[in-house]
Write a protein that binds this ligand. Structure first.
Ligand SMILES: [Fe+2]
Length: 331
């Protein structure tokens, strides 16, 4: 069989066709305080220009050497210091940013800038030129999440560097947000790509919506008050391959145990509490505080107890799974 390039299926049938998902990722939480010191130290060792992107990658202990936060997502913390520029490039994987700290940092997509504030959710669509800069003071830090594993799996992985440091200036600051992000769109708008034309979802707007909604909401026992970021022109996910969410849990709220086939990476925007991930002896409990990041593997049950009012951002591959018709949840 081997000489004829043949392999018997029965040798690995049960490995491939499993009763339930079997993934490599493990429950894990990164405490921001510890990471921050290392991140700042990295800024002394290598410049953003030398590094192209100065990122410390959040590598799940179950995915050692694979550089991934879950089986299907990459995540890392990126820092830039005042005056630095992370040079313009583009790639087929989509990137999202969730801003951790700092003021005066910007991202430019195709030359259009948006100033970033903590809690902002920023999208860099597939194959869009982008550069980052910092014109404020102190370090500027955000979480990157990319769909690299999906793109690498499919093979369609392209990257290109722009010949200059910055992409030429495009539309005015936040033009897209004003044009597409206020429940209106230009007359005659025709969709040109799968990417949401809005690439900045400011925390000030998100937070205000949550604040209003919490006054009169039926709390979902599994999620509290959970909202999904969308592409306003379609109502679909803000990113074709990554679903993104923000949830508010009131002080003292304890979610029921929940699981779904997307799992994902969670970043705490506000609050403190405890998250329990996994079942039985494999269950792990972590204390979380503002800016901590945790990884929930596919199909791992989890529950969250909020000691203070907490706001949590999350990203997962749900939008891929729903397009394929395979997404499941268990309440
Ligand atoms: Fe990039």
């Amino acid at each position: 069989m081997g000489r004829e390039q043949l392999v018997p299926l029965w040798n690995f049938f049960s490995e491939w066709f499993t009763h339930e998902p079997r993934v490599a990722a493990q429950p894990y939480l990164w405490h921001y305080d510890g990471l921050r010191d290392l991140l700042l130290e990295s800024a002394d060792i290598i410049s953003a220009k030398e590094a192209e992107r100065r990122v410390l990658v959040l590598e799940n202990p179950g995915l050692a050497g694979r550089h991934l936060v879950t089986d299907t997502l990459y995540a890392g913390l990126q820092v830039i210091t005042p005056g630095e520029v992370a040079p313009a490039h583009r790639h087929t994987p989509v990137a999202l940013r969730f801003v951790m700290e700092g003021t005066g940092g910007y991202t430019a997509v195709e030359g259009e800038r948006t100033w970033m504030e903590p809690g902002d959710f920023i999208v860099t669509p597939s194959w869009a030129w982008h550069d980052h800069g910092h014109e404020g003071e102190g370090p500027f830090i955000w979480l990157d999440v990319l769909d690299v594993p999906t793109i690498r799996f499919l093979g369609a992985n392209f990257t290109e560097r722009y010949p200059q440091e910055r992409f030429p200036q495009g539309p005015p600051v936040d033009d897209s947000l004003h044009r597409y992000g206020t429940n209106m769109r230009p007359v005659g708008y025709a969709r040109e790509s799968l990417a949401s034309p809005v690439f900045s979802y400011p925390y000030s707007r998100t937070r205000e919506a949550l604040e209003r909604l919490k006054q009169h909401s039926e709390w979902d026992p599994y999620h509290g008050l959970k909202m999904e970021y969308i592409d306003p022109t379609t109502g679909g996910p803000a990113i074709p391959t990554i679903s993104t969410f923000i949830q508010l849990l009131p002080k003292g709220f304890a979610t029921e145990t929940y699981r779904s086939t997307d799992g994902g990476v969670f970043a705490v925007a506000e609050g403190t509490g405890t998250v329990t991930i996994g079942t039985g002896e494999a269950a792990k409990q972590f204390r979380f505080a503002k800016r901590d990041i945790f990884s929930v593997p596919c199909w791992a049950p989890y529950s969250i107890v909020a000691d203070e009012e907490s706001v949590i951002f999350s990203a997962s591959d749900r939008s891929v799974q729903t397009k394929l018709g395979i997404w499941r949840e268990q309440r």
